[in-house]
Design a protein around this ligand. Structure first.
Ligand code: SAH
Length: 395
């Protein structure tokens, strides 16, 4: 504990969220800053009465002015503290190791490392430092990761826009080891190559592991349509599960090239159909052609990057779900997702229910879907929830 640390004094009545153990201090809640903390320095957050609330990382240019390290005044935020958080996060993922070579080892606030994301692909680690606090402890975190995992290669993908909101420049490149070639991984027996340098996010949608396994379980004998297929995640799961045919759509030629290569890597001699198109147009064409499918996956990009985009996003989600429901044969299954944090699970369900009504079909909700348990959410930080999905059956 460091009593000489700089301080963040909150305005009266602005301490409620910290008492509820929410890990963010918004700029509007701050009355004044005591001392001269630099970006990423640890500050003592104090209530209007001067009482201690938390140790937090200071972020002078962000709307989130500080992110909490700990609510325990007796703790000291130093290299040992940060390294212990890394080791604990890695240890919590150990039970998942047999399922896949691709795991999220660290997930920000939920693992007590706000703004830090670490994914593991085989022996390659990929890190994102998306806040001033973890940026300040970058070397400590990398050393601890190498020690905790035994992985020697660490690649940085701190190129997400969240960094700009923190006043940090974008940065990517190797921290340990060389620039990696696409990394082969095996997830539940399915082989994929992951481009950690140029792929989306850190290269692969690790968060959909459980849902890919579920699609595989239900694919036998079905004609599959996978919309927004990226590098073929759901398509290959469905083929391994015995799908009779598969059509996959994405706008990106590079993603589709990787998808087709992944299909060959899995030993499927006959290629399935990979279509480079805008999904909104392609769904219209498929409907006009009178096509039918028995299993459809809709896993679009984030349509609502923030609260202002919710209305337009809701219309877009409704449109694709409506068309997918019309393309489903009776008894067909729809796996539909949203990764927009600004659209919560309840709103998403209402949007899809609206699509069911307008499609004039009957549908059953079979399951609520979410990211795997290597993507936890802190119970006091609902903003951490982003991926939600529904498994429906058309009657
Ligand atoms: N389901 C994938 C992840 C999807 S990511 C998986 O499990 O790996 C979203 C994908 O949608 C990206 O590959 C992006 O290229 C694609 N995309 C975005 N907008 C699109 C559009 N309008 N039409 C087709 N593809 C689109």
């Amino acid at each position: 504990m460091n009593r000489d640390a700089p301080t963040l004094h909150l305005k009266p009545k602005k301490d409620g969220s910290l008492h509820r153990r929410h890990p963010w201090v918004y700029a509007g809640a701050v009355e004044r800053v005591g001392g001269r903390p630099a970006a990423g320095d640890t500050v003592r957050v104090l209530g209007a009465d001067g009482g201690f609330l938390a140790h937090a990382a200071f972020s002078p240019s962000s709307a989130i002015r500080a992110r909490v390290w700990t609510f325990d005044e007796a703790e000291t935020v130093d290299a040992a503290f940060v390294a212990a958080r890394v080791h604990a996060a890695v240890a919590r993922r150990a039970p998942l190791m047999p399922a896949s070579d691709a795991l999220r080892l660290v997930f920000g606030e939920a693992d007590g490392l706000p703004g830090c994301v670490v994914d593991r692909y085989g022996d390659q680690l990929v890190v994102q430092f998306l806040s001033t606090g973890v940026e300040r402890w970058r070397d400590t975190i990398v050393d601890a990761l190498v020690a905790a995992t035994g992985c020697a290669a660490v690649y940085e993908r701190s190129d997400a826009s969240a960094r700009e909101r923190e006043g940090l420049a974008l940065r990517s490149g190797p921290i340990r080891g060389d620039v990696p070639a696409p990394v082969p991984i095996v997830e539940h027996g399915v082989r994929y190559r992951v481009d950690v340098v140029a792929g989306h996010k850190t290269g692969f949608y690790i968060d959909q592991r459980d849902s890919r396994a579920l699609v595989r379980e239900h694919a036998a004998g079905r004609r599959v349509l996978n919309c927004f297929c990226y590098t073929g995640g759901f398509t290959l799961a469905a083929r391994h599960g015995g799908a009779t045919e598969a059509t996959s759509i994405d706008a990106s030629g590079e993603a589709l090239a990787m998808a087709a290569a992944n299909e060959r890597d899995n030993g499927f001699e006959a290629p399935s159909t990979w279509l480079q198109a805008n999904v909104f147009d392609a769904l219209k064409t498929l409907l006009a052609e009178g096509r039918q499918f028995d299993l459809i996956v809709l896993d679009p990009p984030k349509f609502a990057p923030s609260a202002q985009h919710v209305d337009a996003a809701a219309r877009a989600y409704k449109e694709i779900n409506l068309k997918a429901l019309r393309l489903l044969a009776p008894g067909g299954l729809l796996f539909t997702f949203s990764c927009s944090g600004a659209i919560d699970a309840d709103l998403f369900r209402r949007i899809v229910a609206g699509a069911v009504v307008d499609a004039r079909v009957d549908a059953q909700l079979l399951r609520h879907l979410a990211a795997g348990i290597d993507h936890p959410m802190a119970m006091t930080h609902p903003e951490g929830e982003y991926l939600k999905g529904l498994m429906l059956r058309r009657m």
